[in-house]
Design a protein around this ligand. Structure first.
Ligand code: NAD
Ligand code: ZN
Length: 233
């Protein structure tokens, strides 16, 4: 499948980390780790109940120590290392499993658990410990640090760079994402418009399956290494 393919954009979602033991966003009960999305994933929730929201992300951050990258993360890191053309892995995940597998050409469009963001000056800093509300920013000294997570209603990171990569892509692959959250759910249409081939790897057909030329259904730990073998010939 690699004839004529030089530039690749790969979008990943919670499904790629599911086999590492991290819960996906909307479980069968419609909840993320027992919480309604509106209660832990919006600016209003943070303003209303900072203790709950900070504790929720503290728990998610602590959990990272108990999980490891799976063969899907490892295969993408191997592709990144070996691929001579342009490649960009755009993850919606806030875990660090792609980088722990060794991926380098990686963007976290929805933020990272291991980062704290100052709501006063906008400085982000690496953060691995619990983050109590009103923690003090090392940049401006204000007690305004919050989890560096892009909440619903906030602008995802690096959109210009992602858009530019999509417009040059020869192949766009979406892995383990439900296609329910925009703007990521629209990447497939941008890439198609630009003439890219489009491939979806997911456990179940996603909300956007119809937009992809090809959909392969199964666990990421099997489908992703198989795709990488095909690409590297
Ligand atoms: P989602 O939970 O909405 O969808 C997950 C998708 O993965 C589903 O379509 C499901 O069929 C598929 N899936 C489940 N197990 C799979 C497997 N083993 N192999 C392949 N596919 C599998 O996730 P999403 O689309 O990423 O949701 C968006 C938001 O969830 C993101 O904004 C992200 O920030 C947040 N989130 C991140 C994490 C994380 O960092 N690990 C975890 C939960 C939620
Ligand atoms: Zn600050």
């Amino acid at each position: 499948m690699n004839a004529d393919i030089n530039n690749i954009v790969i979008l990943t979602g919670a499904g790629i980390s599911a086999e590492s033991g991290l819960a996906t966003f909307r479980g069968p009960d419609g909840l993320w780790e027992g919480h309604r999305v509106e209660d832990v994933c919006t600016p209003e929730a943070l303003a209303r109940n900072p203790v709950l929201v900070h504790r929720f992300y503290d728990e998610r951050r602590a959990r990272l120590a108990e999980v490891a990258p799976n063969p899907a993360h490892q295969a993408l890191a191997a592709l990144d290392a070996a691929w001579g053309g342009d490649l960009l892995i755009v993850t919606q995940n806030v875990d660090d499993l792609h980088e722990r597998a060794g991926a380098q050409r990686l963007l976290h469009m929805h933020g990272e658990l291991q980062s704290a963001l100052c709501a006063a000056c906008g400085k982000a800093e690496a953060w691995t410990a619990p983050l109590p509300p009103a923690s003090v920013c090392t940049g401006c000294g204000q007690p305004r640090l919050r989890p560096d997570i892009v909440f619903f209603g906030e602008m995802p990171y690096d959109m210009e760079r992602i858009d530019a990569a999509l417009c040059r892509a020869d192949l766009f692959v979406s892995i383990g994402t439900s296609g329910a959250v925009y703007p990521a759910a629209g990447f497939v249409q941008t890439a198609r418009h630009a003439g890219a081939r489009t491939l979806e790897l997911n456990l179940d057909p996603s909300a956007g399956s119809a937009y992809f030329e090809e959909t392969r259904l199964g666990p990421a730990s099997e489908l992703v290494p198989e795709m990488v073998r095909e690409l590297l010939g």
